[in-house]
Write a protein that binds this ligand. Structure first.
Ligand SMILES: Cc1ncc(COP(=O)(O)O)c(C=O)c1O
Length: 349
């Protein structure tokens, strides 16, 4: 058995805090499909106010929040523009196509971020040969671009270019509070440039379940119907919404600790020969490593680390993604670095 487990697979592994469990036990609840759950309503209002939007809707997952947004913004046969590594495009089981009936025009960003000129280049002329492009989806922080942050100014510029061509703009803000903490701004500074935003309480904020989709009252009205269609309308959901309220009110500021630990991990790994490490220019809680320099595959790295208690997700053929969160301390980072140094020395020896 390894001395300890350092679980760097994802910030989704975080467990509810004691305060969340207490809030869940005491939450006033009702049937939310009848609009009678006061705790769900409170969470939706809190989410909307943090995003500076009119209304919010509680959904079981980030994927469902994003899918409701696609369904509410677009019609089957239209096209969305996204960054090529976006979660909504690559990691949501093709819902954009098989549920929303959309095609995709991907844009290659630098660290997940692209410019208005790149967007313009991806926009098609109004011509019967092409699908109508009606939606731009941004992702902040950008998971697969090593947790990269779009600044509000970068978002504003691209969103303005999209709007000028008649596209609506949705933000996959699963980790929007990481972006806010990294820049020292309020989350609404990002959300003000988009028509809708989805964020998760179940990632670095330690909530057990759930995400919020926010937008105008009219948009959320349409999204409620889509949530029902997808089977996401819940009954006494106040039990889980109560934890979401604690997540938003109490758990955002501490994300700075996760960012500091990710940086510590990144700097430590970068000093180990054979490890190539990548964080975004404005780093958050995600980093990418590559061990081609050691002649190892992702699988080989993962199995060596796993034997020593360090867990992470593969990025084949020779990479891995590491994510810090509330259950990873600076001491855990130092342990992971120490066993990695030993691993690499054993290989040489
Ligand atoms: C950027 C991003 N968007 C959306 C999601 C989907 O969230 P969920 O796993 O709750 O469906 C994730 C999950 O990791 C994500 O990283």
């Amino acid at each position: 058995m390894p001395e300890r487990i350092v679980d760097l697979r994802s910030d989704t592994v975080t467990k509810p805090t004691e305060e969340m469990l207490e809030a869940m036990r005491c939450a006033p609840v009702g049937d939310d499909v009848y609009g009678e759950d006061p705790t769900v309503k409170a969470l939706e209002e809190l989410a909307a106010s943090r995003m500076g939007m009119e209304a919010g809707m509680f959904v079981p997952s980030g994927t469902m929040g994003n899918t409701c947004a696609l369904l509410a913004h677009t019609h089957s046969g239209e096209e969305m523009v996204v960054e090529e590594l976006a979660h909504i495009y690559n990691w949501e089981a093709g819902a954009y196509a098989n549920l929303a009936g959309l095609t995709v025009r991907p844009v290659r960003g630098e660290h997940g971020v692209f410019t208005p000129a790149q967007l313009e280049a991806a926009l098609r002329p109004d011509n019967p040969h092409f699908p109508r492009q009606t939606l731009l989806c941004l992702e902040n922080t950008h998971n697969n671009a090593a947790g990269a942050v779009w600044t509000p100014a970068q978002m504003e510029a691209v969103a303005a270019a999209a709007r000028a061509r008649g596209l609506a703009v949705h933000l996959d803000g699963a980790r929007i509070f990481n972006a806010a903490v990294a820049l020292g701004v309020e989350a609404r500074e990002f959300a003000r440039h988009v028509d809708s935003v989805m964020f998760c309480v179940s990632k670095g904020l330690s909530g057990p379940v759930g995400s919020l989709l926010c937008g105008s009252k009219e948009f959320i009205g349409r999204a409620y119907r889509e949530r029902k269609r997808l089977g996401g309308a819940m009954r006494q959901a106040g039990v889980i919404a109560a934890a979401g309220i604690v997540a938003i009110e109490k758990m955002t500021a501490r994300l700075a600790e996760d960012h500091a630990n990710a940086r510590r991990l990144c700097e430590g790994l970068a000093r180990i020969p054979g490890f190539a490490v990548r964080q975004a220019p404005l780093p958050t809680n995600i980093l990418m490593v590559d061990v081609a320099g050691l002649g190892w595959t992702s699988e080989e790295l993962l199995s060596r680390w796993k034997a020593a208690g360090v867990l992470c997700n593969r990025r084949p053929p020779t990479g891995a993604r590491l994510v810090t969160h509330r259950h990873v301390s600076a001491a855990d980072v130092d342990y992971a670095l120490e066993i990695t140094r030993r691993m690499v020395e054993e290989k040489k020896g």
